[in-house]
Design a protein around this ligand. Sequence first.
Ligand SMILES: C[S@@+](CC[C@H](N)C(=O)[O-])C[C@H]1O[C@@H](n2cnc3c(N)ncnc32)[C@H](O)[C@@H]1O
Length: 312
Amino acid sequence: MKNLYNLPLTDIATILTQELQGKVAHEIVEFKVLNPDIATSTYNGKSITVKDEVAIYRGYQTWLDLAHILKCRMLTPKVLDEHFILMRYEKLQNDSFHATNANTEEKYGVESIFSEIHKNEEAGFLHYFTQALQNAKLSSRKRILNLGINSGDEFDIIKKSLENFEDYELVGIDYCASAIQEAQKKFHDDKNIQLFEHDINELSSLKLGKFDLIISIGTLQSSNLNYKQLLQSIVQNQLSRKGALILAWPNCRWIDGEMIYGAMMKNYNFSEMSNLYSDVIFAKKYLQQKKFRVTITGKDYIFVTATSILKD
Ligand SMILES: C[S@@+](CC[C@H](N)C(=O)[O-])C[C@H]1O[C@@H](n2cnc3c(N)ncnc32)[C@H](O)[C@@H]1O
């Protein structure tokens, strides 16, 4: 067992990086640190004397951050005594769904790793999505369109949030046949939900009319879509005069059961956010020009929420 309780974080990161290099996926690294429950209202880095020895205080958030930075899962620590715990990191396997061999449409299908993700169970997603729905005044939006709906997670939350849900009209679109079938099964009894297996590039051919709220989560960055043209087209052709938008981009990767903070970009082996910021700022500027009030929120997903400032 390694004693790391009296070392600065720089040394701890170096030691663990070296140790993890020699490990295979799902092997565990254990090390002794100060029990965070020993103190309260304390910032990381404070020296605390325990039995004549100096130990450095760190809370669980930094241990969790470090685990993800080192591509590990933080396991439940073991309590060694009233002052110390055994921190345990399990090395992750690199099974991101981005590496899938499935055809383009089924990349996010029911057989994909993506289908094992339940975003609504991630606090870092759920909180900001719910907040965006409130900011967009969901209850006043009678017709709602979701582009890239997959199996319908976003509609689950909307359904739970609305009192007279059956009075609303919801339309979801995705070109992934198996995901749409899954959504159809889930919402079988909801006659106010229509789901289309359809290419967003051909949206106009569905002749859906205008919507009071358009949502698109984790879809606009898809390489088969021309994001800027698509955004302009949906604002001009699919959104009602005083409609609202909620757009979101992932600022995370899904690896071996963990949602790891930070967007990934081709040709970088670390998280790089230029594309993400560029897309978000394009949306903000364009929507402001079109007379929307725009907010940017979120953490693991970045939300752009736009509501019209036009008077009646
Ligand atoms: C990363 S997933 C996000 C799904 C869902 N919104 C979520 O966050 O769980 C992107 C979705 O967009 C769909 N998609 C990508 N390009 C599309 C297109 N051109 N037409 C229709 N659906 C598309 C994919 O099939 C996939 O279901």
